[in-house]
Design a protein around this ligand. Structure first.
Ligand code: ZN
Ligand code: ZN
Length: 475
């Protein structure tokens, strides 16, 4: 089967219906664009939105190595616009768009098809392509919203959303409403002769409380003038603050794409790539690289750790060094994993001593998906032999990986099955990710030592380990 031409599917969790939906990527992007941008917007803006929606999904999709929706395990995305991304299905679109359903669907579908499989990447990785309604003058640096610095989410000055209804909005609150909403109290009682700096100052009143002279703003008035100008019935008056008006610029968090800005740029004739590169700093647009059966491990990072067999370095009865055997198998495993598309790091690539704590430090720094330690068994009895695989107690994913790898090793090497076991081993305990220790064979057993000395046998072991990892991800 040519997997490459198959349509990619998104596993969507519907939070309202509390059900799973499996949707083709194209249909998903149409629904996400419909949920996030008015369909009346110009085409280049809709195209920019389609690329953002697709990139956000791809960044989460498990098949591309994403971690999925962090709230709904096992799903790529949820349809909560405040969590992953909103989504409108056909029914919801018909309801919302009424007689314009056909027209809007055609328009959005065209924007999705015109940008088919294009995503935004930074350093060749899909970005967190966030968007907001209108920035109101400039977008925001990520650290001011999320607390961490993201290189492509930098503040840019944007005048393109100036025509939007959100550029500047005013909201008025009565003093009573303000007190209620903020749960605060302050004195707003009627006041005679109380100055409000900058507004009512230099009040001069008679003993009977009539205003003789007052400065309002930058003008000095006679009490009599005020009375006439404002139509008051006497000069014996007082005042209080009864409302406050807030002026707000923009709408939304201000990160990434300013949607009304994209609209403004599109109306000015900017093409979609210039719009996206304006709002996302230093990014590139790229066609999606599809994961295929020949590269099922794209997006995975795996650390392969060839053990030494103790500080002094174990060797078999005929003198075969464990450090050497482990390194040879580890190299073959690394090469095979890379051919499957994984990023692989060996904790040592020469037959030289690197301490265990240093190897663990290397692994933890890389934060891989799996740490795989390659070792050999040593049994006191020369006749005992076999394959044995370990995981750290409670490491659920580590246990699954160990079981897949072990099954393949037993099937292909056909040595005694010493089992898959939990073990409180330093290398498993100290690594911060799912980790597995494989003991391929018993170097203490002369027959297995002879096998381990053969390159074909070591390659067979490496292939079995790689197959185990592929099975784990394809399960
Ligand atoms: Zn989610
Ligand atoms: Zn803007």
């Amino acid at each position: 089967m040519d997997y490459g031409s198959e349509e990619l599917v998104v596993k969507l969790y519907d939070i309202d219906q509390q059900e799973a939906r499996i949707i083709g990527l194209k249909e998903y992007v149409i629904g996400a664009v419909a949920a996030s941008m008015p369909p009346e917007f110009p085409k280049e803006a809709l195209k920019a939105q389609a690329i953002c929606c697709r990139t956000l999904a791809v960044k989460r999709m498990g098949i591309f190595g994403g971690s999925g929706c962090k709230r709904q395990p096992g799903f790529d995305v949820c349809n909560d616009s405040l969590h992953c991304q909103g989504f409108m299905d056909i029914e919801e679109r018909q309801k919302a768009w009424g007689s314009r359903y056909e027209e809007f669907t055609e328009k959005i579908t065209a924007a999705v098809e015109d940008t088919s499989e294009v995503i935004i990447v930074y350093n060749n990785n899909p970005i967190e392509a966030v968007y907001h309604t209108a920035c109101g003058g400039c977008t925001e640096d990520s650290e001011n919203v999320w607390g961490n610095k993201v290189s492509y989410l930098r503040r840019v000055e944007c005048i393109y959303c100036k025509d939007s209804p959100y550029w500047k909005t005013t909201k008025n609150f009565s003093v009573r409403e303000l007190k209620r909403r903020l749960a605060i109290n302050f004195d707003d009682s009627l006041s005679d002769n109380r100055e409000i700096p900058g507004l009512l100052e230099n009040i001069n009143s008679t003993a009977s409380g009539r205003i003789k002279k007052i400065k309002i703003g930058d003008m000095i008035f006679q009490g009599e003038d005020i009375k006439n100008l404002l139509g008051l019935s006497s000069t014996k008056f007082s005042w209080k603050v009864s409302a406050l008006s807030f002026q707000v610029m923009g709408h939304g968090h201000g990160l990434g794409l300013c949607q009304y800005g994209a609209r403004g740029m599109a109306l000015l004739g900017f093409p979609v790539d210039e719009i996206l590169k304006f709002y996302f700093t230093g990014v590139e647009l790229k066609r999606l690289e599809r994961p295929t059966y020949t590269k099922p491990l794209i997006g995975k990072t795996i650390v392969v750790d060839p053990g030494h067999g103790g500080d002094s370095g174990n060797s078999g009865p005929m003198g075969l060094s464990e450090g050497y055997v482990n390194l040879e198998i580890a190299r073959a495993v690394a090469e095979g994993l890379m051919q499957c598309g994984a990023k692989v790091m060996l904790t040592r690539d020469k037959n030289e001593f690197v301490s265990l704590s240093e190897r663990i430090r290397i692994s933890n720094e890389i934060k891989p998906d799996i740490t795989l330690s390659i070792q050999q068994n040593f049994f006191p009895d020369e006749q005992v032999g076999g394959t044995e695989t370990f995981y750290y107690p409670g490491d659920v994913e580590g246990k699954k990986i160990a079981e897949f790898i072990h099954r393949e090793l037993i099937a292909h090497l056909q040595l005694s099955d010493m089992g898959v076991k939990p073990a409180d081993l330093f290398v498993l305990r100290e690594t911060n990710n799912p980790s597995v220790m494989v003991n391929v064979a018993a170097l203490s057993n002369p027959e297995e030592e002879r096998l381990l000395s053969e390159p074909q046998f070591r390659q067979k072991a490496a292939t079995a380990i790689i197959n185990g990892i592929k099975c784990y991800y394809q399960e």
